[in-house]
Design a protein around this ligand. Structure first.
Ligand SMILES: [Zn+2]
Length: 207
């Protein structure tokens, strides 16, 4: 994995690893990697596949409109959200999970519109953060089944802040991204860690 692995092998390995961690049960979640910028090509898992079983040859390629241009199967409805993040945040890979902790906290903090996470050494795993003495505002956007509308909201929200790592959709899950697949994976792992910590701190302080 150290020397520019084949993108299909790398992405299917990352998907299976995320599934093993319990962050994408069943067919939940979706994962994409930019393999070409002009014209844009995203490598991603097709809709409705079990994320524990995705093989390199199962991955599809989609264009800037979310149309499948190579491979078998349909693109997920959430492809539009991946495309919005790639376009506005300049992401090279987007990882979307449905973990217990991110789902629960996205609902709990939805009225505030964000979760503020501060003071932890693990914040330094996020690109550009160099001290534990930092506050990460993790935005929470309302969930919707209208992907066109949600993608417009994401674009206007991210437009104000290009130095971002992820956001939550209320009652739904987490989107995390990075310049490369493995930076996106690192950001996802850090955010899932910080969210689990936030949940456990809440239960600790309620005792
Ligand atoms: Zn989802």
């Amino acid at each position: 994995m150290l020397h520019s692995p084949d993108p299909r092998i790398a992405l299917s390995w990352v998907i299976q690893d995320i599934h093993t961690k319990g962050w994408a049960p069943g067919t939940g979640g979706n994962f994409s990697q930019v393999i070409q910028r002009d014209p844009l090509r995203l490598l991603m898992a097709p809709s409705g596949v079990d994320k524990g079983l995705v093989q390199p040859g199962d991955l599809i390629e989609v264009d800037a409109q979310g149309q499948v241009v190579d491979g078998e199967g349909k693109a997920s409805a959430e492809t539009l959200l991946h495309l919005a993040i790639v376009e506005v945040a300049g992401a090279g890979a987007v990882l979307h999970t449905h973990s217990v902790f991110n789902t629960l906290l996205s609902m709990h903090y939805a009225p505030q519109g964000a979760i503020a996470i501060a003071g932890y050494e693990m914040l330094k795993g996020l690109q550009g953060i160099t001290t534990h003495d930092s506050t990460l505002p993790l935005p929470i956007l309302p969930n919707s089944q209208d992907m066109g509308q949600l993608s417009d909201e994401i674009k206007s929200h991210l437009g104000a802040d290009r130095q971002s790592y992820g956001f939550l959709l209320a009652g739904h899950g987490l989107y995390a991204w990075g310049d490369t697949l493995f930076q996106a994976r690192r950001h996802l792992e850090i955010l899932e860690f910080l969210l689990e910590l936030t949940y456990r701190k809440l239960t600790l302080s309620s005792q």
